[in-house]
Write a protein that binds this ligand. Sequence first.
Ligand code: GLU
Length: 295
Amino acid sequence: MPEKPATTPPVFRFAPSPNGYLHLGHALSALLNHDMARAAGGRLLLRIEDIDITRCRPEYEQAIHDDLAWLGINYERPVRRQSEHTDAYREALDRLAAMGLIYPAFMSRGEVKRLVAEEEAAGSEWPRDPDGAPLYPPLDKSIPKPEAEARIAAGDQHVWRLDMAKALALVGKAPSFTETGPTHAGTLTLDPAVWGDVMLWRWDAPSSYHLSVVVDDALQGVTHVVRGLDLFAATPVHRLLQTLLDLPAPIYHHHRLILGEDGRKLSKSQGDTALAALRADGLSPLDIRRRVGLV
Ligand code: GLU
C-alpha cells in the first residue's frame, strides 16, 4: 500500500454489538478510543455490529448512544450499521469464492461434537481453537463440487468456511501486524491456522464477525483498531483476510480487560455492571474513568 499523505488524520472506531447493555469493559474501550483519537488529532467513528439479528435489539442500540453521550464521547455521523451493508460483505465473500478459497460446510455443531467425541474416545486428541472449540473437521472439503451444489439447491443448511490451508498457501506465510497494546507490543506474526477453517458466512445471519469487521475497517478507512484483549487472538485471521482481499492493515492496540469481582471477564448478561445501572446508582462519568483505571 502506498503511504498515506501526512495530512490524513488517523481514524479510530468503537464497534460494539447491540446484544446487551454496555459494561465497564466497553467503557474502557470507548474511552480509550476517544482519548487516543483526541491525542492523535484523529477522527472517532462508532460502528454498530448488528449482523447477528437474532441477538441484537433496538433498545440496546439506543442505550449505546445514550451511554456514550453520558460519557462525553462524540463520534461522527452517520453511524455505520452492519445490517445495512450485507452487500459489501457478500462481495468480499464472492471474491474469496472466485479465488477458490471457501467451501460450503454442512455439519451442524452437534454433528461436529459427536464426531470429535468419537475420535477422542478412540484415543486421538482433536485440535481446539484459542477459545477451546474443536476445529471444524476437514470432511466437507472433499465433497465434489456438483454434489455440494446439489445439496445447496436442495436447501441443505450450510455455512461458508475459509479453506485455511489453501489461503495460507496463497499468501505464502502468516501476515504480520503492528501491535501497540501494553501486553504484546511489537511487530507480530501469529499463525491464523490455530482457528482452523473459520466461518465467513453463517446460515442464520449474513456474513460473520471476521469478514464484516475487516471489510468495514477498510471501507471506513480505519487506521487504528483499539479493542479488548479478548479479540487479540482473532487478529491473525483478520490480517489474513485483509491480505487476501487486498485491504490495508490498521495498527492494532489490544487493551486489558476489566474483570468482575470473581476474576472473570465481564459479560453483557451481568446487568449489575451495565453502565446504565451504574449511572442510575449515581456514579458520574469521572467515577467510570476511575473504575476502569483511566484516572
Ligand atoms: N463487535 C465486537 C464486540 O462487541 C468488537 C469488534 C472489534 O472491535 O473488532 O465484541
